[in-house]
Design a protein around this ligand. Structure first.
Ligand code: EPZ
Length: 420
């Protein structure tokens, strides 16, 4: 029987929360372990179902993994990899599985990975990944729902990405790491997760410069070696707790968070009258008793703009802010799945093409709602914290993909969430 959350309205959230390792950093780094053919020790790995899925995929390829969830250490040995084919049922469960394509191609000269389908938030094409593999000299076949890429040895190339795609930047950086000669990726993504992946690759003997800027230079090496690496904190989990503190008019200290990585969220929360202080010990987010929360417009952009992964959570905050907020989603074509559910809770929202117009209301009311994807689900949890009456949220497996026990963490801060 699928689990669901029963959420009672709570007082202000108060206390301290330690942020876990980044889901969107550890997934590409796990794929990159394929390149070393050695033992790689990853630290600060979050206990998420997506991480289970990725390490499970590596095991089907022949890798050995050992995960001590208490310490957060995950050791992956990829010496014994003997298959370059990812199974359909694994890729359909985790789109990020497609990130094994670049490393398999680079190390073994071939990879056969099912084309990831779309998901709730959009069609999620991988055309930029495939164009990049072809530019590096690979034969690319995309038919029967499967991508097959082959090359005796990849050759460095200059690649201009039509869009600063996070996944394409990661896949191509990994493919280029063992290619012959230099690869230059231009107009690439600059997210902190790209920098973390580059740091892992360099620690394993790679030669990558410019990660974090829109031009990355990769000098191919013959082979890479064993290494250990600590995963950066999850800036989206952090942003989610920051919005939870704001929404409940509370006072929360987030520890083990990189302030730089959440700057766009900090700036937006300050704009709507929330007090955010960057302290030695972490980031303190609290409601300013002398100012009510006001509305602000929002436009999601690739980093360092406001993250698309925080759009739904911010919308939940705007539902009970004073005034009108225009929220524009520029990164994915269908990322307003939370709107219908928030309206069931009494929110006033109108969608005009890529924008949602949110009229703040006094209070939302609890009812049954369904999570459609990871971040929309998180937004519904936040909205429920202050809604009048009980809220029941189904589809919470989506939430467990990207948040380690979100219910337990929020309850530690004073929320009243039951997982049944
Ligand atoms: C990563 O997805 C994240 N996932 C997403 O987080 C995040 O929302 C996204 O980056 C943007 O920041 C992981 O890191 C595992 P993209 P990714 O390639 O790599 C288009 C979450 O909630 N595009 O930057 O798939 C695409 O359709 C998840 O944690 C192409 O057109 O994102 C989209 O509109 C959701 N062709 C836009 O680019 C391509 O070949 C951004 O996609 C690739 C992408």
């Amino acid at each position: 029987m699928a689990e669901k959350f029963i959420i009672e309205p709570c007082e202000e959230l108060r206390g301290e929360i330690e942020i876990g390792g980044s889901k969107n950093a550890v997934l590409p780094v796990l794929a990159a372990t394929i390149l070393t053919g050695q033992e790689n020790v990853l630290q600060n790995v979050p206990s998420l179902s997506d991480v289970e899925a990725m390490s499970g995929l590596l095991e089907t390829l022949g890798a050995k993994t050992q995960w001590d969830k208490k310490s957060g250490n995950l050791t992956v040995s990829t010496a014994a990899i003997n298959s370059q084919e990812a199974a359909y049922e694994l890729v359909v469960k985790l789109r990020a599985s497609f990130l094994v394509t670049g490393p398999l191609l680079a190390r073994f000269g071939k990879a056969k990975v099912p084309l990831p389908g779309g998901c709730a938030i959009g069609s999620r094409p991988v055309d930029l990944h495939l164009k990049g593999f072809a530019a590096l000299g690979a034969e690319v076949d995309n038919s029967h729902g499967c991508v097959t890429v082959e090359a005796r040895r990849l050759k460095g190339a200059k690649i201009y990405l039509d869009f600063p795609s996070v996944g394409a930047t990661e896949n191509l950086m990994m493919a280029a790491a063992l290619a012959e000669g230099q690869t230059i990726l231009e107009n690439c993504a600059v997210e902190p997760e790209i920098v973390d992946l580059a740091n892992f690759l360099n620690a394993a003997g790679g030669k990558i410069r410019g990660a974090g800027t829109d031009t990355i230079k990769i000098d191919g090496v013959r082979d890479m070696k064993a290494t250990q690496h600590s995963i950066i904190p999850d800036r989206i989990e952090a942003g989610t707790f920051m919005v939870a503190a704001a929404l409940t008019r509370g006072d929360v200290l987030l520890t083990n968070v990189t302030a730089d990585h959440v700057k766009p969220v900090t700036a937006k929360l300050k704009e709507v009258n929330i007090l955010v202080e960057e302290l030695e010990t972490g980031i303190r987010v609290r409601h300013d008793p002398s100012h009510e929360i006001i509305s602000a417009d929002l436009k999601t952009m690739p980093y360092p703009g406001f993250p698309t992964d925080m759009q739904a959570q911010f919308m939940a905050l705007m539902c009970t802010a004073g005034g009108t907020s225009i929220i524009t989603e520029t990164v994915f074509e269908n990322r307003f799945m939370q709107v219908g559910e928030l309206k069931r809770m009494g929110a006033e929202i109108k969608i005009e093409s890529r924008s949602a117009i949110v009229e703040g209301v006094k209070k939302l009311t609890g009812t049954q709602v369904a999570a459609s994807d990871l971040r929309a689900g998180a937004a519904l949890v936040l909205a429920a914290l202050r809604a009048d009456g009980l809220t029941e949220i189904t589809g919470i497996h989506h939430i467990d993909r990207g948040y380690y026990r979100l219910d337990t963490s929020l309850n530690k801060l004073g929320a009243r969430i039951k997982r049944v």
